[in-house]
Ligand binder design. Structure first.
Ligand SMILES: NC(=O)c1ccc[n+]([C@@H]2O[C@H](COP(=O)([O-])OP(=O)(O)OC[C@H]3O[C@@H](n4cnc5c(N)ncnc54)[C@H](OP(=O)(O)O)[C@@H]3O)[C@@H](O)[C@H]2O)c1
Length: 199
């Protein structure tokens, strides 16, 4: 689904929007709803992890499918079972987007390990992190076969030098851009000047 293409003399990787992958969006009913919808509109099977099911509907523009995995990702054994169950039903996961709160310190490892265990090929993980990742940019350990990409959420500096946090649309658009370009590290908005962030 990602191919190398020439771009002004450089070889860069781009995601092709055709084809069907099994994808998962952890926390895909909140600010990443736009990512969930975009993946389905481009024909992918999207498993969405959240405690309450999202309200996604298949329209004539949408060639993919949504599947809710309703689980509290702090419940480790249930989480592992649910992710394994989704892969048994829809195949190995090739693309994952994670937005996981810090009150679930094991969820990242559990989901990533489960995906790698069933992976037939290297799979991509776009890890969405809050702006505090600016102070601690080291990626977490990832299992074999995982191609780790980090998307850090920054803020918007307005022309009058006030600042604000990103809107849900800006967050989803930034994550989609990172996926399309297969960026290993990207920032949505800005992290500079750090002292200028909203308080
Ligand atoms: N730099 C920035 O601009 C920045 C950075 C971070 C956040 N934000 C903002 O902060 C706001 C709050 O963030 P948020 O995390 O509440 O965002 P959110 O994406 O709106 O909601 C969190 C997502 O994770 C799911 N979730 C939460 N806890 C879960 C659990 N224990 N198990 C399974 N799924 C769980 C939620 O569904 P369920 O509730 O149904 O489980 C939902 O899908 C956002 O609206 C965003 O705009 C801004």
């Amino acid at each position: 689904m990602w191919t190398n293409v020439a771009d002004q003399g450089n070889v860069v990787t781009k995601m092709e929007v055709s084809g069907r992958m099994h994808t998962v969006v952890v926390g895909g009913t909140g600010m990443l709803s736009g990512v969930t919808t975009w993946l389905a509109e481009h024909g992918h099977t999207v498993s969405v992890i959240s405690r309450r099911p999202g309200r996604f509907s298949v329209t004539s523009d949408c060639h993919g499918t949504f599947h809710s995995i309703t689980v509290d990702y702090r419940s480790s054994s249930e989480l592992r079972q649910c992710v394994a169950g989704a892969m048994a039903q829809y195949g190995p996961i090739e693309l994952a987007v994670f937005w996981i709160h810090s009150d679930a310190p094991d969820a990242f490892r559990i989901i990533a390990d489960e995906i790698s265990t069933h992976a037939e090929n290297p799979w991509r993980l776009f890890h969405v992190r809050g702006s505090s990742a600016h102070l601690n940019p080291d990626p977490p350990p990832v299992p074999p076969a995982c191609l780790y990409r980090q998307v850090v959420l920054g803020f918007v500096l307005e022309p009058d030098m006030t600042s604000r946090w990103l809107t849900h649309q800006e967050i989803s658009d930034g994550v989609i851009q990172a996926i399309q370009n297969d960026w290993e590290h990207s920032v949505v908005g800005t992290l500079e000047p750090w002292e200028g962030r909203p308080r």
